[in-house]
Design a protein around this ligand. Structure first.
Ligand code: ATP
Ligand code: MG
Length: 445
């Protein structure tokens, strides 16, 4: 009885377009299953990122069944079906030949066997197939058990599987980070960090970003460090890694900052220049200019990982200015210079980096946080004020003014705008349409 209930509950988590696609294939006599991340996430009560189906129908047949489809790497057997709200990728069961270069198989071929298709997948939690219509769960490698144990484990021999495709080593830690799972001990032993160089910078960057913006980047980064993968990827980081306190600080800062791509990367790289700039002055260490050195190291890393100019620039700006002074006694002019240097669009991200930097530093006093809040408030006031520098910055324009007061074009319009301008610059918080109209109402109506 509760089994039926469970399947019904499961179907309710699946968009109707996906159920429709499964049903269409099955009506035509084919097998069709949800595979990849979706079954895993559904069983964990998480919402899947994307919907992948596997079928024994050939790509030509899939294309015939769905008019609204486009081939997506037909050689690999994937057809993408476009619905209004979402896309469903349908891939023909596939098996792979030997991997000879450590990143892709020499050949792939279609197979009628779901089992064979699941066997080529990376981790047991990703090798579960689910048919929510016929209420079947196919789990030849113990994926459900691993979900219960919250364990990431390769399908088959880890050394072999990591040897086939080195990116899987990174995915091993990525899934630990996104799901908050542990890594299987034996699987971790299969890691050969040096092999990661076979993988393109772009694919590495994508997986690392997913790891960094996850709920537990700390778990992922610590695992990568332990296995040697982190320094294989970033020799620039080995000096950071060798100083336990600095590495811990880096990880804690990443964990503390908001989970956005640029912020997480900036936190990850912000102190990368420290080991090179250390100066020991008796009882105190100094790291003069570490943010400048760090920016150069970070730029080389982001370039290697093929980040877009825009994303890289933001990350580098944050690394470059993360040592900004946030003294309560800073003058307005100095504050304005900081905003101009960093860019208005980056200033709140920079404050967020400072907040996380403080959270990640042991023994920081409450006063440091209070000082930062004070600084943020001053900045906000300044920015609010600076938006009104000319008549054009007013929240009400000439047309709106004429319409509201019912007056024709002419010198009077300019005079009233001037008056509003002076009233607003007395207190920039007044620059809101409803407040200005209220003021005009009182003065002229
Ligand atoms: P996400 O929720 O982040 O999309 P996912 O599990 O769907 O996670 P994808 O990268 O979208 O991950 O891949 C979909 C599925 O394809 C995986 O679940 C896995 O079964 C298989 N897969 C992906 N990459 C690999 C790989 N490098 N080696 C083996 N199987 C892989
Ligand atoms: Mg996916």
């Amino acid at each position: 009885m509760w089994r039926r209930h469970w399947w019904r509950h499961l179907r309710r988590q699946i968009p109707e377009e996906v159920l429709f696609a499964l049903n269409r294939l099955q009506e035509q006599g084919y097998e069709a299953y949800l595979v990849g991340g979706a079954p895993r996430d559904l069983l964990l009560s998480r919402s899947p990122e994307d919907w992948d189906l596997a079928t024994d129908a050939r790509p030509e047949e899939v294309k015939k069944i769905f008019a609204n489809s486009l081939p997506l790497g037909e050689k690999f057997g994937t057809v993408r079906v476009l619905f209004d709200r979402l896309e469903v990728d349908i891939t023909t069961y596939r098996q792979e030949g030997a991997y000879t270069d450590g990143r892709r198989p020499a050949w792939v071929s279609f197979t009628p066997s779901l089992q064979a298709d699941l066997a080529r997948r990376d981790f047991t939690i990703n090798a579960i197939a689910l048919d929510p219509l016929r209420e079947k769960l196919v789990d030849p490698f113990g994926g459900v058990k691993a979900l219960k144990q919250r364990l990431v484990k390769t399908v088959g021999d880890p050394e072999v599987r990591f040897g086939e495709d080195a990116l899987r080593m990174l995915r091993f830690f990525r899934f630990q980070a996104t799901l908050g799972f542990r890594g299987d001990r034996r699987t971790e032993k299969g890691i050969k960090p040096g092999n990661i160089v076979k993988i393109s910078g772009e694919r590495i960057g994508d997986e690392l970003t997913k790891l960094l913006v996850s709920a537990s980047p700390k778990t992922g980064l610590e695992g990568m460090a332990r296995s040697g993968l982190l320094t294989a990827l970033f020799p620039e980081l080995s000096a950071v890694r060798e100083e336990p306190a600095l590495f811990r600080h880096t990880v804690e800062t990443v964990q503390a900052i908001k989970p956005e791509t640029e912020l997480r990367w900036a936190a990850f790289l912000h102190d990368i220049g420290k080991p090179q700039t250390r100066v020991d002055k008796g009882n105190r260490l100094h790291f003069y200019g570490h943010e400048k050195v760090g920016t150069e190291l970070a730029a080389a890393i982001l370039e290697r990982l093929r980040f877009s100019r825009k994303v890289a620039d933001k990350i580098l700006t944050l690394v470059r200015w993360h040592m900004f002074p946030a003294d309560p006694w800073m003058t307005d002019a100095a504050l304005r210079r900081l905003v101009v240097r960093v860019g208005k669009e980056n200033i709140y991200a920079l404050l967020e980096l400072r907040r996380a930097d403080l959270v990640g530093t042991p023994g920081v006093s409450y006063r440091a946080f209070a000082g930062l809040s004070h600084f943020a408030a001053r900045l906000e006031a300044l920015l609010a004020g600076e938006t009104v520098l000319s008549l054009r910055d007013l929240a009400v324009n000439g047309h709106e003014l004429m319409e509201f007061l019912g007056i024709p074009p002419g010198p009077r319009v300019g005079a009233v705008l001037q008056e509003i301008f002076h009233w607003v610059t007395d207190d920039p918080a007044r620059n809101r349409k409803e407040l200005i109209l209220e003021y005009l109402e009182k003065r002229y109506k």
